[in-house]
Ligand binder design. Structure first.
Ligand SMILES: [Fe+2]
Length: 379
């Protein structure tokens, strides 16, 4: 295969439309930021929203307007833009100290870049430009999901359109279920079957909030079994005894959804736990996390429901054989092996990124993503 820049086949008009629609989503979130939240607290898992807004525009300009065939970049419309917004070179901890553009100036920069990108898509459309426009589109969508993670993390009121269906999907009657398990494969009662159907085995549905509460209430956090060495180190350092957005209220667990507290929901997927917590709970259940290969195979089954939350995989995020970095060189490469892989997509993931093949990745201690897990039998 010699496809360097694979594209989805969107036309120039479709890309212009999708970019504008996505920018509308970003603006709707900006409008919901509490007063004085443009910088927000300093934390490893957050970015100042004011920086992020400028960075999104900078990224689009860099790849759709400035990139030259020889790998160099033409000057930005904004003097000094690279020194402010290049995520590869501007250290994370320094982003709160920069002389960032004011919101109105970011808007102005955004308007100029959007107009120029649309003009270029109309005038000089080709596969390379389509690739970079789509790269910028999904980049912006990923930042939008990160903003929703921050809204949840900081307890801000839910932004508009933030109350998606959180209920775990109901399975159809065609499959046999034990509790929330989907059965894959065939048994000896099926008549003639091929080798690749043998044997029937269970693939659990996502672990729900109340499933997870059973682990917490059984003393799952302080117990020593089931936690990896790294997991135990995290537990000690963090002092965690329950999920980060939970509290006990009059003897019962409650979960915070943006700014509001609610009782646990047996039909809601357990979200906002890190990979160590997922791994320990799975072990307590006598099971383990699925590998990406197992998960991917399950998605080929018509009745395997996914997409209610990101799902932690058992494997680390690692390159496939023959990997070579695409033009956005720092998208994957710096994060291989240290990060864990997630699949599926969460309640705020755009449909464009809800593909079985899409590999998300986070450091295993991150609890702010909309991530949960399902388990597979250890056999
Ligand atoms: Fe980015």
């Amino acid at each position: 295969m010699n496809i360097i820049h694979p594209v989805s086949g969107f036309s120039a008009a479709q890309l212009i439309d999708k970019l504008a629609h996505t920018r509308g989503q970003l603006r709707a979130l900006t409008a919901c930021l509490p007063a004085d939240a443009w910088l927000g607290p300093r934390a490893e898992h957050l970015n100042p929203p004011l920086w992020e807004a400028g960075h999104i525009v900078w990224f689009q300009e860099r790849w759709c307007l400035r990139a030259r065939p020889d790998g160099s970049f033409a000057p930005s419309l904004l003097a000094g833009a690279d020194a402010l917004y290049d995520s590869s070179t501007v250290a994370h901890a320094s982003r709160w100290n920069l002389s960032l553009l004011e919101p109105a100036a970011v808007e102005d920069y955004a308007a100029r870049v959007s107009a120029a990108v649309a003009a270029r898509l109309r005038a000089a459309f080709n596969d390379d430009l389509a690739y970079f426009a789509e790269l910028c589109l999904v980049h912006e969508l990923m930042h939008i999901e990160a903003w929703r993670m921050a809204f949840q993390n900081l307890g801000y009121a839910a932004p508009a359109q933030s109350r998606p269906q959180r209920t775990l999907p109901q399975h159809t009657e065609r499959l046999a279920f034990a509790e929330s398990e989907v059965t894959l494969g065939s048994g000896p009662d099926a008549g003639f079957i091929f080798d690749n159907e043998k044997w029937r085995h269970a693939v659990a549905g996502p672990v729900s909030e109340t499933d997870y509460a059973a682990f917490v209430d059984a003393g799952g956090y302080p117990r020593s079994a089931g936690w990896s060495e790294a997991g135990r180190a995290w537990r000690t350092a963090s002092g965690a005894t329950h999920p980060m957005y939970w509290r006990k209220h009059q003897g019962a667990w409650q979960v915070r959804r943006f700014a509001d507290w609610a009782p646990l929901n047996p039909h809601a997927p357990m979200l906002h736990i890190n990979r160590f917590e997922a791994e320990a709970c799975a072990a307590w259940m006598g099971r383990r996390l699925p590998s990406a290969a197992q998960w991917l195979r399950a998605t080929q089954h018509a009745n395997f429901a996914w997409g209610a939350g990101w799902e932690w995989m058992r494997n680390a995020f690692a390159p496939y054989p023959g990997f070579s970095a695409d033009p956005y060189r720092d998208y994957s490469q710096p994060w291989f092996h240290s990060h864990a892989e997630l699949r599926g997509g969460g309640p705020f993931t755009d449909p464009l990124l809800k593909r079985p093949g899409f590999r998300n990745f986070y450091l295993p201690h991150r609890r702010d993503p909309f991530a949960g897990f399902r388990t597979v039998s250890p056999a």
